[in-house]
Write a protein that binds this ligand. Structure first.
Ligand code: SAM
Ligand code: SF4
Length: 339
């Protein structure tokens, strides 16, 4: 069937799920080396393989034209890509025009003090900041290269700029398990949501993931001994399930890819920094969008490739972390697909 470039069809996969959310990894590089995400000595992609920021804008805009309502810029660390603010500025036109409901980002916070004001100015309203601990030494251990004070400044700057902050904490057995209460009190005291994430088996790292994996079902049971948790119907378009904590008034989200499979309501796809569109975080199904973008200035080939992607979006992932020394579910790191 010829593709109608004036009114491109909405994005529906073969399981009837509508794709309305695109995550875009703008770089695989990062100024941290978190133990669950990367090995200490990573080799990164050559710059020539990356989509330019203008090309990313073009792909994102094609998705918006086809019904995507939410864009999340991520990485690697998105705020270390040079001139990344020009991309936020360009994409903000879709917010102003009403086609896009939300433009947001996930960041480690290291550059947030510098960029928070500009992000707010570009129409960003919410930001996810990854923070696994409030202890400077543990922070160093987990991130290897990070500086807690700088991230805390970044979080404060985001709040000051009027951005709603959600803290993402990867729950790690032994490393930060004992800090979940402190994190909850800090976040809710500051008016931030806290989302807890299970480690996912993505990419080779130096450590064994069975040593890191902490099932959130266990964390929730432990929290219930001390707090009154009420399930909330809230969804932010992502995979988190939320509860209200009566004692603090705040919300805690649980992202549980291993103990609870959330694929049936999946509404998202991921573009990596070289223009590969991944249809599932935990599977290898992918289509290349870089060649069609470079092939012509019209979007026909690009839209055809996006349609191919919809046709192969898998039903779901099948993560397991049970065998010691087992290979990761996929060889890509979270930082290359975009978390
Ligand atoms: N650098 C940014 C940051 O850290 O927020 C954005 C990219 S990072 C890959 C996105 C999220 O993925 C972070 O919250 C991080 O904690 C999480 N993450 C990375 N590797 C993970 C893994 N193997 N399992 C679970 N979460 C992971
Ligand atoms: Fe960098 Fe984010 Fe991965 Fe940490 S989780 S190494 S900050 S990309």
């Amino acid at each position: 069937m010829p593709i109608d470039t004036l009114t491109p069809a909405p994005l529906v996969d073969t399981f009837g799920r509508t794709v309305s959310y695109l995550r875009i990894s703008v770089t695989d590089r990062c100024d941290f080396r978190c133990v669950y995400c990367m090995s200490e000595h990573m080799s990164f992609l050559p710059k020539k393989d990356l989509l330019t920021l203008e090309e990313i804008d073009r792909v994102a805009s094609a998705f918006v034209a086809r019904g995507v309502r939410k864009l999340r810029i991520t990485g690697g660390e998105p705020l270390v890509r040079r001139n990344v603010m020009s991309l936020f500025r360009a994409l903000s036109r879709h917010l102003a025009g009403g086609a896009l409901q939300e433009l947001t980002l996930t960041t480690n916070g290291s550059q947030l003090a510098r960029f928070a004001g500009e992000l707010a100015d570009c129409g960003v309203r919410r930001v996810n900041v990854s923070l696994d601990t409030l202890d400077a030494a543990t922070f160093k251990q987990i991130t290897r290269w990070g500086d807690l004070a700088r991230v805390m400044e970044g979080i404060a700057a985001a709040k000051k700029a009027g951005l709603k902050v959600k803290i993402n904490m990867v729950a790690l057995k032994n490393a930060n398990q004992h800090e979940i209460d402190d994190m909850l009190r800090f976040c809710h005291g500051e008016g931030h949501d806290l989302t807890l994430i299970e480690t996912m088996p993505l990419g080779e790292i130096e450590e064994d993931r069975t040593d890191q994996y902490l099932p959130l079902s266990q964390v929730r049971r432990a929290l219930e001994e001390r707090y009154t948790l009420t399930d909330l119907p809230d969804s932010t378009g992502g995979p988190a399930r939320y509860v209200r904590v009566a004692e603090t008034g705040g919300r805690v989200g649980f992202i549980t890819p291993l103990t609870h499979n959330f694929c049936e309501s999946c509404n998202r796809v991921r573009l990596n920094c070289t223009g590969t569109l991944y249809l599932c975080l935990g599977q290898d199904h992918a289509v290349d969008l870089r060649a069609p973008v470079r092939q012509s200035e019209a979007d026909d080939a690009l839209n055809a490739a996006i349609d191919e992607g919809m046709a192969i979006k898998p039903r779901g992932h099948d993560f397991v972390i049970e065998r010691r020394g087992a290979a990761p579910a996929v060889t890509r790191h979270m930082s290359s697909t975009g978390g």
